[in-house]
Design a protein around this ligand. Structure first.
Ligand SMILES: [Zn+2]
Length: 765
C-alpha cells in the first residue's frame, strides 16, 4: 500500500518539475549483482523500487502505476524520453491522438504540421510469460541506460521517440517465479517447472487475451498504454526453446489475418529485418527471421488493428537463470531454417556451447535498441504510415460492409454485453439506433447497436464479427498441414451466440453518441444458486492445465461458489459428504495420476492423485456424485470406470485429419437435461486436444454430436468427415452417480458463452 502511494507521489513530483539531487544508481549498485548474472534474479519488489529510484534521479524517466494486478501487485509503466519532450508531453500526446484519427485533422496544412511535430511512440512489454525471465531483468538495465547514457544513439532516440515501457506484463508471475527459483537453488529441481500457473487464471494463455480483454493486466495495458498513446510500434519480449536459433525477430510467416493493413505487414518486415541486421552486426550469431511465428490471430495482436506494428522477439531459454550447455550436434532442422547451417534468414550460425541468462539479456537489449533507433531515425515514415492506415480505415475498405448491426432484444444478454464490451474496449465506436429501422428486407428494433465501418478501428470490428476462412497451407504440396501458431477462428457472434448482421448500406436512422463500455452481466443459473445449489469442486493439480484456470475465471465471474481440490484434498476422502460435482479439466491420465516425478519439484508437490486419490474419486461417483471430464481427462474417466467410449480420431495422421482451433457445428439433443436452455443447433470450440467419441456401450447417452455433413463454421478443418455426426458430449450412469464427458472445450478461454450453459447444466446432482 505504501509503495503504491509513493509511486503515484513520485510520478506527480517528477511531472511537476524534477530536481536532480541524487545520482542514478547502476543496477549493480542497487541490486548487488549485474543484470543477467548466473542464478541471480531481481524480484518485483526490488524492480519496482529501482524504477522509483530512476524516476527520482533522472529527468528522462517517469513511472506511473496503472493499477493493480490480479493478486494486487502494482502494475507500472515507465515513460522515457528527453527532458524537453517530458516538459511538453501533453502537447505531444495531442499530436499523436490527431494522427490516430484522421477525421479530426482539418487539412493538409495541419497534417504537415502534425507530422513535423510528432514523435514516434514505442511501447515495449516484458515477460508476460513469467518463466521467460530475461525480459523482466533486461528492462532494468535498459531503463538505466536510457536514463544515463549520453551516447549519440541514445540521444537520438530520446529526442525522437516517446518510449513507453511496461517492465512486466505479469508482476504476480514474476514474483512467484523468482521466489520459487530461489527456493530451489542447489536442489534437483533448480530451474524446473513451477507447480502452479504463472498467471493466476490463465497461465501461458495470458498472451492470448488481446481481443477478449478478460484479465486485469490486459485491460491495464490496453487502457493505460495502447489506448492512451496509440503507439506506432509495440515490441513484446519473449523466450522460446533452447535448441534452435538464439533469437527470433520478424518477418512472420504466412498467414497474416486479412483485415490488417498491408503497410503494417511491410513495416513489420523492415523493422524486424533491421533488428536482425543490427544484432548480427554487433557480433551476436544465431539470429533467425521468418520462422515459426505467423500473424493470424488477433488474440496476440491488438496493435495490428490499431495502426501499430507488432514486433515479437523470442530468445533461446536457459533454465530460468541457470546456465545450460548445448552441444553442437543438438542444433538441427527447425521450422523454416536449420540451426546447424547458414541460410538467407539465418545467416550466422551459433556454434553451440554454454548459453546463459546474460546472453539472453544482451540479445534482447540489442534488439530493443535497434528497434528504438529505427523508430527515431525513421520518425516521419512511422508517423505518415500510421496516419495513412487510419485514413484508409476511415475511407472503408472495399471488403467491409457499410455497417454492422447487433439487433436489440436478443435473449442472450450476457453474450451481447460481452461482444459490446470487447468492441468498445478496443475503441470501436458503437451507437444505438434511436428508433426501429430497416435496410433492404431486414428490420431492426429501436435500441439496436450500430457499428458504422468508416472509423479508425473498423478493422478490429470486422475481424471479430466476420467468419474466418483460414487458408489450407501445407509444408509442401500434398504434405502435412502448416501448423498455425495459435488457432484459426475468433468469430465472436458464433462463440457468444449473438446475432450480428453486415449491412451493404448505411442505415438511415438517428444514432446515439458512442456507448460506454458495458459490464458483463453474467447470470448464474437457478440450479447453482441458493441453499439447494449443487456443491461444486474443480480439481487443481500441481500441473494445473490452463483450461482449469480459465474455468475458475468463469466460475468467479458468475459468482459460482466452488472449491478447488488439490491432490491431498481428494486423498482425504469423504468427497460425497462435501460435493455433488467434481470437474476435471483437460489433463492426461498420466498427469492426473502421477503429477510431478520425484526430484522434479519439492516433495509436497510430487505424485498426482496417486492410487488413494483415484480410489476416492471412484467411490465419490459410485456413491452418487457426478464427475465432469473434458477432452484429455475423458480418457481418465473412461479408464477409471471401464466405460465403452474412446476417441474416434486416435492415431490418425495429420495429413488426413487436423483441426487446430476452429468453431464447429454442434447438434444438441434438446430432450437432455444437459441441454436445458439450448437450441438444437449450437457451436463447439474444437482444438487439437478435442475429439469426437466412438461409443460402444448402448446404455451411454449421447447428448450432442458434431455437425454433419460439413462440421466447419469458422476457421479450418482438415478431414471433417472424421468428426461429422460423431458424439461430442456423452453421459453414463456409474453406480448411483454419473459421468459427463465433453469431447470439446465448453469454456474456450472464457469466451465461448454459447456453450457455458452446457457446462453449467453438467454441474447438477
Ligand atoms: Zn512467451
Amino acid at each position: 500500500m505504501i509503495r503504491r502511494i509513493f509511486l503515484a507521489f513520485a510520478a506527480v513530483i517528477l511531472l511537476a518539475g524534477p530536481t536532480l539531487a541524487q545520482s542514478v544508481p547502476t543496477p549493480l549498485q542497487f541490486f548487488g549483482f549485474e543484470i543477467g548474472q548466473d542464478r541471480k534474479l531481481a524480484d518485483w519488489n526490488q524492480l519496482t523500487s529501482y524504477y522509483e529510484k530512476l524516476a527520482q534521479t533522472s529527468q528522462r524517466v517517469t513511472v506511473d502505476t496503472l493499477g493493480l494486478s490480479t493478486m494486487g501487485r502494482p502494475f507500472i509503466k515507465l515513460t522515457i524520453t528527453s527532458p524537453e519532450n517530458h516538459a511538453r508531453l501533453a502537447e505531444l500526446k495531442a499530436v499523436q491522438m490527431k494522427l490516430a484519427d484522421p477525421r479530426k485533422i482539418s487539412g493538409d496544412a495541419e497534417l504537415q504540421r502534425l507530422l513535423d511535430q510528432g514523435k514516434t511512440v514505442v511501447l515495449v512489454t516484458h515477460s508476460i510469460h513469467a518463466t521467460e525471465v530475461g525480459g523482466s531483468q533486461m528492462a532494468a538495465r535498459l531503463a538505466w541506460r536510457m536514463a544515463t547514457s549520453n551516447d549519440e544513439k541514445i540521444r537520438t532516440i530520446l529526442n525522437n521517440v516517446i518510449f513507453l515501457d511496461i517492465p512486466s506484463l505479469n508482476p504476480d508471475g514474476l514474483q512467484w517465479v523468482v521466489d520459487y527459483y530461489k527456493a530451489g537453488l542447489g536442489t534437483s529441481y533448480e530451474g524446473g517447472a513451477m507447480p502452479w500457473l504463472y498467471h493466476f487464471y490463465t497461465g501461458h494463455d495470458n498472451n492470448r487475451d488481446w481481443y477478449a480483454f478478460t484479465q486485469k493486466e490486459t485491460v491495464l495495458t490496453i487502457q493505460g498504454a495502447h489506448n492512451d498513446w496509440h503507439p506506432q510500434i509495440v515490441h513484446d519480449i519473449h523466450q522460446m526453446g533452447s535448441n534452435g536459433a538464439r533469437i527470433f525477430f520478424p518477418p512472420y510467416i504466412d498467414p497474416w489475418e486479412p483485415n490488417i493493413d498491408p503497410s503494417l505487414a511491410a513495416a513489420v518486415n523492415q523493422l524486424g529485418a533491421y533488428m536482425a541486421a543490427e544484432v548480427t552486426a554487433n557480433g551476436m550469431p544465431g539470429v533467425v527471421t521468418t520462422g515459426q511465428y505467423d500473424a493470424f490471430t488477433p488474440a496476440r495482436a491488438y496493435q495490428h488493428y490499431h495502426a501499430g506494428a507488432r514486433i515479437l522477439s523470442e530468445a533461446a531459454s536457459v533454465r530460468v537463470a541457470t546456465p545450460i550447455e548445448i552441444p553442437r550436434d543438438r542444433l538441427g532442422p527447425s521450422r523454416g531454417y536449420d540451426s546447424s547451417k547458414p541460410s538467407w534468414n539465418f545467416p550466422s550460425v551459433w556454434q553451440g556451447g554454454a548459453w546463459r541468462l546474460a546472453d539472453i539479456v544482451n540479445y534482447q537489449e540489442g534488439g530493443v535498441l535497434a528497434l528504438l533507433t529505427n523508430a527515431a531515425v525513421n520518425r516521419r515514415y512511422w508517423l505518415e504510415n500510421f496516419y495513412r492506415i487510419g485514413a484508409r480505415a476511415v475511407g472503408k475498405w472495399g471488403t467491409w460492409p457499410e455497417a454492422w448491426v447487433i439487433p436489440a432484444g436478443q435473449a442472450n444478454t450476457a453474450g451481447v454485453n460481452y461482444v459490446l464490451r470487447i468492441l468498445t474496449t478496443a475503441q470501436v465506436e458503437v451507437h444505438q439506433a434511436a428508433e426501429a429501422f430497416a435496410v433492404g428486407a431486414r428490420s431492426f428494433p429501436a435500441g439496436s447497436w450500430v457499428i458504422p465501418m468508416r472509423q479508425p478501428y473498423a478493422s478490429f470490428a470486422q475481424t471479430m464479427l466476420e467468419v474466418q476462412h483460414y487458408p489450407d497451407l501445407r509444408e509442401f504440396p500434398g504434405g502435412p498441414p502448416l501448423r498455425p501458431y495459435d488457432v484459426t477462428a475468433h468469430t465472436l457472434p458464433l462463440l457468444m451466440n449473438v446475432q450480428a448482421v453486415a449491412l451493404p448500406e448505411a442505415p438511415r436512422v438517428a444514432l446515439s453518441a458512442p456507448i460506454a463500455i458495458p459490464e458483463y452481466g453474467f447470470q448464474l443459473p437457478a440450479h447453482l444458486q441458493g441453499r439447494r445449489a449443487s456443491r461444486v469442486a474443480i480439481y487443481k493439480s500441481w500441473q494445473e492445465p490452463m483450461e482449469a484456470g480459465w474455468t475458475r475465471w468463469v466460475f468467479d465471474q458468475y459468482k459460482l461458489r466452488y472449491d478447488t481440490l488439490h491432490d491431498a484434498d481428494v486423498q482425504r476422502g469423504r468427497l460425497a459428504d462435501r460435493y455433488d460435482v467434481v470437474v476435471l479439466q483437460t489433463q492426461s491420465p498420466r498427469s492426473i495420476r502421477g503429477g510431478f516425478a520425484a526430484g522434479s519439484a519439492p516433495p509436497e508437490y510430487v505424485g498426482g492423485l496417486g492410487e488413494k486419490g483415484v480410489a476416492e474419486l471412484k467411490t465419490f461417483v459410485e456413491a452418487g456424485g457426478r464427475l465432469v471430464a473434458v477432452e484429455d481427462a475423458t480418457e481418465f474417466a473412461a479408464e477409471l470406470f471401464g466405460l465403452g467410449v474412446k476417441s474416434a480420431v486416435e492415431g490418425l495422421r495429420n495429413t488426413d485429419y487436423y483441426i487446430p482451433g476452429s468453431i464447429l457445428r454442434l447438434d444438441i439433443d434438446t430432450t437432455s437435461e444437459l441441454a436445458t436452455g439450448m437450441e438444437r443447433e449450437g457451436i463447439a470450440w474444437f482444438d487439437t486436444g478435442s475429439r469426437p467419441f466412438d461409443v460402444s456401450d448402448p446404455a451411454m447417452k449421447v447428448v450432442a454430436r458434431f455437425g454433419s455433413p460439413d462440421p466447419l463454421l469458422s476457421g479450418w478443418v482438415l478431414g471433417g468427415d472424421k468428426v461429422a455426426g460423431k458424439p461430442a458430449i456423452v453421459q453414463a450412469q456409474v453406480g448411483k452417480g454419473s459421468v459427463v464427458l465433453f469431447g470439446f472445450q465448453p469454456n474456450y478461454r472464457g469466451q465461448s458463452v454459447a456453450t457455458f450453459p452446457l457446462l453449467f447444466n453438467a454441474l447438477r446432482r
